[in-house]
Design a protein around this ligand. Structure first.
Ligand code: ZN
Length: 308
Protein backbone atom coordinates (compact mmCIF):
# COMPACT_ATOMS: atom_id res chain seq x y z
CA UNK A 1 0.00 0.00 0.00
CA UNK A 2 1.35 3.35 -0.95
CA UNK A 3 1.47 5.61 2.10
CA UNK A 4 2.05 8.74 0.02
CA UNK A 5 -1.15 8.20 -1.84
CA UNK A 6 -2.92 7.41 1.39
CA UNK A 7 -1.97 10.75 2.89
CA UNK A 8 -3.43 12.45 -0.15
CA UNK A 9 -6.77 10.87 0.59
CA UNK A 10 -6.75 7.88 -1.74
CA UNK A 11 -5.21 4.44 -1.58
CA UNK A 12 -3.68 2.80 -4.61
CA UNK A 13 -4.63 -0.85 -5.04
CA UNK A 14 -2.83 -1.27 -8.34
CA UNK A 15 0.24 -2.90 -6.79
CA UNK A 16 -1.94 -5.41 -4.99
CA UNK A 17 -3.91 -6.24 -8.10
CA UNK A 18 -0.67 -7.09 -9.91
CA UNK A 19 0.57 -9.37 -7.14
CA UNK A 20 -1.53 -12.46 -7.64
CA UNK A 21 0.66 -15.24 -6.27
CA UNK A 22 -1.81 -17.60 -4.63
CA UNK A 23 0.55 -19.58 -2.46
CA UNK A 24 -0.56 -19.75 1.13
CA UNK A 25 1.96 -19.88 3.90
CA UNK A 26 1.01 -20.64 7.50
CA UNK A 27 0.61 -17.01 8.18
CA UNK A 28 -1.75 -15.98 5.45
CA UNK A 29 -5.50 -16.03 5.06
CA UNK A 30 -7.49 -15.57 1.90
CA UNK A 31 -10.82 -13.95 2.53
CA UNK A 32 -13.49 -13.72 -0.12
CA UNK A 33 -16.29 -11.21 0.38
CA UNK A 34 -19.41 -11.09 -1.73
CA UNK A 35 -23.00 -9.91 -1.82
CA UNK A 36 -26.01 -11.00 -3.83
CA UNK A 37 -29.59 -10.34 -4.63
CA UNK A 38 -31.04 -13.83 -5.18
CA UNK A 39 -31.88 -14.28 -8.85
CA UNK A 40 -34.69 -16.73 -8.16
CA UNK A 41 -36.66 -14.35 -5.97
CA UNK A 42 -37.62 -10.75 -5.87
CA UNK A 43 -35.53 -8.37 -3.79
CA UNK A 44 -38.44 -7.40 -1.60
CA UNK A 45 -39.13 -11.02 -0.77
CA UNK A 46 -35.67 -12.14 0.23
CA UNK A 47 -33.59 -9.04 0.87
CA UNK A 48 -29.93 -8.70 0.03
CA UNK A 49 -27.33 -11.17 1.21
CA UNK A 50 -23.76 -10.39 2.27
CA UNK A 51 -21.03 -12.90 3.13
CA UNK A 52 -17.35 -13.62 3.43
CA UNK A 53 -15.41 -16.84 3.90
CA UNK A 54 -11.84 -17.44 5.03
CA UNK A 55 -9.42 -19.95 3.56
CA UNK A 56 -6.32 -20.75 5.64
CA UNK A 57 -3.98 -23.53 4.52
CA UNK A 58 -6.62 -24.85 2.13
CA UNK A 59 -9.11 -25.15 4.95
CA UNK A 60 -12.27 -23.11 5.33
CA UNK A 61 -11.43 -21.48 8.64
CA UNK A 62 -14.29 -19.10 9.12
CA UNK A 63 -17.38 -17.81 7.44
CA UNK A 64 -19.78 -14.95 8.02
CA UNK A 65 -23.04 -14.10 6.35
CA UNK A 66 -26.00 -11.82 6.91
CA UNK A 67 -29.28 -10.85 5.41
CA UNK A 68 -29.57 -7.12 4.95
CA UNK A 69 -32.64 -5.00 5.20
CA UNK A 70 -34.82 -5.11 2.08
CA UNK A 71 -34.14 -1.45 1.58
CA UNK A 72 -30.39 -1.90 1.23
CA UNK A 73 -28.75 -1.82 -2.16
CA UNK A 74 -26.36 -4.50 -3.45
CA UNK A 75 -23.60 -1.91 -3.26
CA UNK A 76 -24.22 -1.46 0.45
CA UNK A 77 -24.21 -5.24 0.86
CA UNK A 78 -20.87 -5.47 -0.97
CA UNK A 79 -19.42 -2.80 1.32
CA UNK A 80 -20.87 -4.49 4.41
CA UNK A 81 -19.29 -7.82 3.43
CA UNK A 82 -15.96 -6.09 2.80
CA UNK A 83 -16.22 -4.17 6.07
CA UNK A 84 -16.88 -7.36 8.09
CA UNK A 85 -14.03 -9.11 6.26
CA UNK A 86 -11.64 -6.24 7.00
CA UNK A 87 -12.66 -6.22 10.69
CA UNK A 88 -12.09 -9.99 10.85
CA UNK A 89 -8.68 -9.65 9.19
CA UNK A 90 -7.66 -6.83 11.50
CA UNK A 91 -8.22 -9.13 14.50
CA UNK A 92 -5.97 -11.87 13.17
CA UNK A 93 -2.56 -12.22 14.89
CA UNK A 94 -0.09 -9.59 13.78
CA UNK A 95 2.18 -11.89 11.76
CA UNK A 96 -0.73 -12.91 9.50
CA UNK A 97 -1.20 -11.30 6.16
CA UNK A 98 -4.66 -11.32 4.70
CA UNK A 99 -5.77 -11.04 1.13
CA UNK A 100 -9.36 -10.05 0.70
CA UNK A 101 -10.87 -10.84 -2.68
CA UNK A 102 -13.84 -8.86 -3.89
CA UNK A 103 -15.59 -9.16 -7.24
CA UNK A 104 -17.05 -5.69 -7.04
CA UNK A 105 -14.81 -2.85 -8.26
CA UNK A 106 -17.12 -0.10 -7.00
CA UNK A 107 -16.70 -1.14 -3.38
CA UNK A 108 -12.90 -1.20 -3.78
CA UNK A 109 -12.96 2.25 -5.33
CA UNK A 110 -15.18 3.63 -2.58
CA UNK A 111 -13.04 2.07 0.18
CA UNK A 112 -9.84 3.53 -1.24
CA UNK A 113 -11.20 7.04 -0.88
CA UNK A 114 -10.91 8.60 2.59
CA UNK A 115 -13.52 11.16 1.58
CA UNK A 116 -16.09 8.68 0.27
CA UNK A 117 -19.67 9.76 0.85
CA UNK A 118 -20.39 6.26 2.12
CA UNK A 119 -19.80 5.83 5.85
CA UNK A 120 -19.03 2.11 5.60
CA UNK A 121 -16.45 2.82 2.87
CA UNK A 122 -14.74 5.39 5.12
CA UNK A 123 -14.65 2.87 7.99
CA UNK A 124 -13.02 0.30 5.68
CA UNK A 125 -10.49 2.90 4.57
CA UNK A 126 -9.56 3.67 8.19
CA UNK A 127 -8.96 0.01 9.03
CA UNK A 128 -6.93 -0.58 5.86
CA UNK A 129 -4.73 2.47 6.40
CA UNK A 130 -3.76 1.28 9.88
CA UNK A 131 -3.38 -2.39 8.86
CA UNK A 132 -1.01 -2.54 5.89
CA UNK A 133 -0.89 -6.35 6.12
CA UNK A 134 -4.48 -6.50 4.86
CA UNK A 135 -4.65 -6.34 1.07
CA UNK A 136 -7.77 -5.96 -0.96
CA UNK A 137 -7.91 -7.11 -4.55
CA UNK A 138 -10.43 -7.63 -7.28
CA UNK A 139 -11.35 -11.05 -8.67
CA UNK A 140 -13.58 -11.76 -11.62
CA UNK A 141 -17.01 -12.98 -10.57
CA UNK A 142 -18.21 -16.45 -11.62
CA UNK A 143 -14.83 -17.36 -13.08
CA UNK A 144 -14.57 -20.61 -11.18
CA UNK A 145 -12.79 -19.04 -8.21
CA UNK A 146 -13.73 -21.48 -5.46
CA UNK A 147 -13.80 -18.84 -2.73
CA UNK A 148 -15.95 -16.57 -4.80
CA UNK A 149 -18.45 -19.34 -5.52
CA UNK A 150 -18.61 -20.19 -1.84
CA UNK A 151 -19.11 -16.61 -0.69
CA UNK A 152 -21.74 -16.19 -3.37
CA UNK A 153 -23.61 -19.26 -2.10
CA UNK A 154 -23.30 -18.13 1.53
CA UNK A 155 -24.78 -14.76 0.65
CA UNK A 156 -27.61 -16.44 -1.23
CA UNK A 157 -28.37 -18.76 1.69
CA UNK A 158 -28.33 -15.79 4.05
CA UNK A 159 -31.18 -14.15 2.16
CA UNK A 160 -33.30 -17.23 2.87
CA UNK A 161 -32.42 -18.17 6.42
CA UNK A 162 -30.47 -15.48 8.18
CA UNK A 163 -31.62 -12.94 10.72
CA UNK A 164 -31.58 -9.41 9.35
CA UNK A 165 -28.29 -7.54 9.77
CA UNK A 166 -28.85 -4.22 11.46
CA UNK A 167 -25.57 -2.30 11.35
CA UNK A 168 -25.88 -1.04 7.82
CA UNK A 169 -27.35 2.39 7.38
CA UNK A 170 -30.05 2.77 4.77
CA UNK A 171 -29.32 5.04 1.84
CA UNK A 172 -30.41 8.62 2.56
CA UNK A 173 -33.17 8.93 -0.07
CA UNK A 174 -34.59 5.65 1.24
CA UNK A 175 -34.55 6.96 4.83
CA UNK A 176 -36.30 10.14 3.71
CA UNK A 177 -38.91 8.09 1.87
CA UNK A 178 -39.51 5.86 4.89
CA UNK A 179 -39.76 8.81 7.27
CA UNK A 180 -42.17 10.58 4.97
CA UNK A 181 -44.30 7.43 4.71
CA UNK A 182 -44.24 7.02 8.51
CA UNK A 183 -45.11 10.67 9.04
CA UNK A 184 -48.04 10.46 6.61
CA UNK A 185 -49.30 7.30 8.33
CA UNK A 186 -49.21 9.02 11.73
CA UNK A 187 -50.85 12.12 10.35
CA UNK A 188 -53.52 9.94 8.70
CA UNK A 189 -54.26 8.18 12.01
CA UNK A 190 -54.53 11.48 13.85
CA UNK A 191 -56.75 12.90 11.10
CA UNK A 192 -58.96 9.82 11.10
CA UNK A 193 -59.38 9.61 14.88
CA UNK A 194 -59.32 13.31 15.67
CA UNK A 195 -62.32 15.32 16.79
CA UNK A 196 -61.61 18.61 15.06
CA UNK A 197 -61.99 19.50 11.39
CA UNK A 198 -64.55 16.73 10.89
CA UNK A 199 -66.30 18.64 8.12
CA UNK A 200 -63.09 18.79 6.14
CA UNK A 201 -62.39 15.14 7.02
CA UNK A 202 -65.66 14.14 5.38
CA UNK A 203 -64.49 15.74 2.14
CA UNK A 204 -60.82 14.82 2.37
CA UNK A 205 -60.46 11.64 4.42
CA UNK A 206 -56.93 11.00 3.11
CA UNK A 207 -54.01 13.17 4.12
CA UNK A 208 -51.64 14.24 1.38
CA UNK A 209 -48.55 16.37 0.92
CA UNK A 210 -49.88 17.60 -2.40
CA UNK A 211 -51.28 21.13 -2.29
CA UNK A 212 -55.08 21.27 -2.55
CA UNK A 213 -55.30 24.72 -4.19
CA UNK A 214 -57.76 25.78 -1.56
CA UNK A 215 -58.08 29.50 -1.06
CA UNK A 216 -59.51 31.29 1.97
CA UNK A 217 -63.09 31.17 0.64
CA UNK A 218 -62.90 27.41 0.07
CA UNK A 219 -61.68 26.79 3.60
CA UNK A 220 -64.46 28.95 5.02
CA UNK A 221 -67.14 27.13 3.05
CA UNK A 222 -65.99 23.55 3.59
CA UNK A 223 -65.03 23.99 7.24
CA UNK A 224 -68.17 26.09 7.76
CA UNK A 225 -66.12 28.34 9.99
CA UNK A 226 -67.19 31.67 8.58
CA UNK A 227 -69.84 34.37 8.44
CA UNK A 228 -72.76 31.97 8.72
CA UNK A 229 -75.48 32.47 11.37
CA UNK A 230 -75.29 28.74 12.17
CA UNK A 231 -71.59 29.14 12.93
CA UNK A 232 -72.15 32.21 15.11
CA UNK A 233 -74.73 30.32 17.15
CA UNK A 234 -72.59 27.21 17.47
CA UNK A 235 -69.73 29.25 18.88
CA UNK A 236 -72.02 31.36 21.07
CA UNK A 237 -71.41 34.54 19.12
CA UNK A 238 -75.15 34.84 18.52
CA UNK A 239 -78.28 33.23 19.96
CA UNK A 240 -79.93 32.76 16.56
CA UNK A 241 -78.85 30.50 13.76
CA UNK A 242 -81.27 31.59 11.07
CA UNK A 243 -80.67 33.72 8.03
CA UNK A 244 -82.69 36.89 7.40
CA UNK A 245 -84.53 34.94 4.66
CA UNK A 246 -85.91 32.66 7.38
CA UNK A 247 -83.89 29.52 6.62
CA UNK A 248 -81.15 28.06 8.84
CA UNK A 249 -77.96 29.89 7.89
CA UNK A 250 -75.60 27.06 7.04
CA UNK A 251 -73.08 27.00 4.20
CA UNK A 252 -75.35 24.59 2.33
CA UNK A 253 -78.28 27.00 2.75
CA UNK A 254 -76.42 29.71 0.85
CA UNK A 255 -75.17 27.36 -1.82
CA UNK A 256 -78.57 25.87 -2.59
CA UNK A 257 -81.60 27.76 -1.27
CA UNK A 258 -81.09 31.25 0.15
CA UNK A 259 -82.98 33.89 -1.83
CA UNK A 260 -80.03 36.32 -1.52
CA UNK A 261 -77.54 34.04 -3.26
CA UNK A 262 -79.65 32.68 -6.12
CA UNK A 263 -77.08 33.58 -8.79
CA UNK A 264 -74.60 31.04 -7.33
CA UNK A 265 -77.02 28.25 -6.50
CA UNK A 266 -76.29 24.59 -7.11
CA UNK A 267 -78.69 21.68 -6.98
CA UNK A 268 -79.51 20.70 -3.38
CA UNK A 269 -78.36 17.22 -2.37
CA UNK A 270 -80.73 14.67 -0.83
CA UNK A 271 -80.18 14.56 2.96
CA UNK A 272 -78.25 11.28 2.79
CA UNK A 273 -75.92 12.51 0.04
CA UNK A 274 -74.45 15.61 1.63
CA UNK A 275 -71.02 14.05 1.94
CA UNK A 276 -70.89 12.97 -1.71
CA UNK A 277 -72.23 16.36 -2.77
CA UNK A 278 -69.46 18.18 -0.88
CA UNK A 279 -66.82 15.91 -2.42
CA UNK A 280 -68.17 16.54 -5.90
CA UNK A 281 -68.25 20.29 -5.31
CA UNK A 282 -64.65 20.20 -4.08
CA UNK A 283 -63.49 18.57 -7.28
CA UNK A 284 -65.52 20.74 -9.64
CA UNK A 285 -63.97 24.05 -10.68
CA UNK A 286 -67.30 25.68 -11.65
CA UNK A 287 -68.80 24.76 -8.26
CA UNK A 288 -65.70 26.07 -6.51
CA UNK A 289 -66.09 29.41 -8.31
CA UNK A 290 -69.71 29.60 -7.16
CA UNK A 291 -68.71 28.90 -3.56
CA UNK A 292 -66.06 31.60 -3.68
CA UNK A 293 -68.66 34.02 -5.03
CA UNK A 294 -71.06 33.19 -2.17
CA UNK A 295 -68.47 33.59 0.58
CA UNK A 296 -67.29 36.91 -0.85
CA UNK A 297 -70.84 38.17 -1.14
CA UNK A 298 -71.77 37.17 2.42
CA UNK A 299 -68.56 38.66 3.81
CA UNK A 300 -69.17 41.97 2.05
CA UNK A 301 -72.89 42.16 2.94
CA UNK A 302 -73.05 40.89 6.51
CA UNK A 303 -75.94 43.10 7.50
CA UNK A 304 -78.09 41.57 4.81
CA UNK A 305 -77.73 38.10 6.34
CA UNK A 306 -78.31 39.07 9.95
CA UNK A 307 -81.90 38.48 11.08
CA UNK A 308 -83.63 41.63 12.23
ZN1 ZN B 1 -81.07 32.76 3.56
Amino acid sequence: MNRCCAENGSLSFSGILAANEDTFSDASATIVADAVIPMNGSKTEHGVGAAFCVLTNDIWAYQWSAKLNDNNTVFQAELTALHEAVIYASHLPNHNTSKIHVDNRASIMASSNSKSTNETARKIFKILISNPRIKVSWVKAHAGNIGNERADQLAKDATQHRQPYSHTNLPKPRIKGLLRKRMLEEWQTLWKNGDTGRKIYNIMPSVSLRPTNWIREDVIFFSQHGPFPAYFKRFHLSDRDYCSCGGIGTALHYATECIYTVSWHMRKPAPNFKKEWLKRVTNNLVSRQKIRGIIKFISENRDLFRPL
